[in-house]
Design a protein around this ligand. Structure first.
Ligand code: NAD
Length: 328
């Protein structure tokens, strides 16, 4: 039987980890390679159910290590690459921008060279809506694939730079690529430094929940499993060279998100603690996913169904997130 070899970078992280599990369950005939450096956010305990499957392989490697990456690609001749590995936390990019340029820009370029060298069938680059900058609070404005790139943080600038490199490898070398740009993801296995898992873990422990500024910044929330389905669709049906935006049509202020979690867990809003705003904090992100919908995708979670599933998951899976908070 013909088996496709799929390399997933960053598969020990949040979205990449969910995507590894989604693909291994949906396509048991695929060989899945999870390549990850296991930085502070990478963790393999999430894969304890699938870790011993014959078609799952873990490779510990740094995407900026050209020699290791080239040797691996030549040995395994992957059919598909889905690239999640990145430094992803905006706050950390404000204190250490260089690490973001190294991993997100140079690491992506190494992978592009390796993919070009062996001639993969598809290279999917997972990016972010933050490359478009910020929107005003006018609810009729959205990011589309045509919105100019205007990143505001070192994180989003490094992602925009990598997006442009990916585009250039399509234009110059004909590498069959797609770029996906998604809104804020949430769901199981989200590292407890990001807003939703941080809030759930703090509220469950009766600890204060920090909210930046006045909490009125708006984000569009996408359940991670809806995101996995979108990437699967683009991997198999995306038109080469195209960008696809992925958004959940679920806009909420950060304060609304925090209050929803507090109320669902039956706790008091006194847990909220307003803290000085993040530097350069973007006001609003919102995505128009119409182009992806023409490929046949639509989100299956509303924010209400997704957040209650997520809260429930964190209540039942303390074994996963408690040790991560302790080792941070
Ligand atoms: P994450 O931080 O949870 O995981 C990133 C993974 O990459 C980790 O497992 C880490 O160990 C690995 N990694 C980091 N540097 C590496 C290196 N040099 N070599 C190999 N592996 C390395 O990130 P996430 O939230 O799962 O995000 C995945 C992708 O999606 C990122 O590219 C991010 O920019 C993008 N994205 C995320 C969101 C979100 O809401 N989480 C939104 C938009 C876009």
């Amino acid at each position: 039987m013909q088996t496709n070899k799929l390399l997933i970078t960053g598969g020990a992280g949040f979205i990449g980890g969910n995507f590894v599990q989604y693909m291994i369950n949906k396509y048991p005939q695929y060989s899945i390679y999870n390549l990850d450096l296991l930085t502070y956010v990478g963790d393999l305990t999430k894969h304890r159910q699938i870790g011993k499957r014959e078609n799952y392989h873990f490779v510990k490697a740094d995407i900026t290590d050209r020699q290791t990456i080239m040797t691996l690609f030549e040995k395994e001749t992957f059919d598909y690459v889905v690239h999640f590995a990145a430094e992803s936390h905006v706050d950390r990019s404000i204190t250490d921008p260089e690490r973001f340029v190294r991993t997100n820009v140079l690491g992506t370029q190494v992978l592009l060279d390796a993919a070009k060298q062996i001639g993969v069938k598809k290279f999917i680059h997972v990016s972010t809506d933050e490359v478009y900058g910020e929107l005003s609070f006018d609810p009729n404005t959205f990011f589309t694939e045509e919105t100019p790139l205007q990143p505001n943080s070192p994180y989003s600038a490094s992602k925009a730079a990598s997006d442009l490199l990916v585009r250039a490898y399509y234009e110059t070398f004909g590498l069959p690529i797609n770029i996906t740009r998604c809104s804020n993801n949430y769901g199981p296995f989200h590292f407890p430094e990001k807003l939703i898992p941080l809030t759930i873990s703090r509220v469950l422990n009766d600890e204060k929940v920090p909210v930046y500024g006045d909490g009125k910044n708006i984000r569009d929330w996408l359940h991670v499993l809806d995101h996995c389905a979108a990437i699967d669709l683009v991997l198999h049906n995306g038109v080469n060279g195209e960008v696809y935006n992925v958004g959940g049509r679920n806009e909420r202020t950060n304060l609304q998100v925090v209050k929803t979690i507090i109320h669902s867990l039956g706790k008091s809003e006194d847990l909220i603690e307003f803290v000085p705003d993040r530097l350069g904090h973007d006001k609003r992100y919102a995505i128009d996913p119409a182009k992806l919908e023409t490929l046949g995708w639509k989100p299956t979670y509303t924010f209400d169904t997704g957040i209650s599933q997520t809260i429930d998951w964190y209540k039942k899976n303390k074994w996963w997130w408690k040790p991560l908070i302790e080792r941070k």
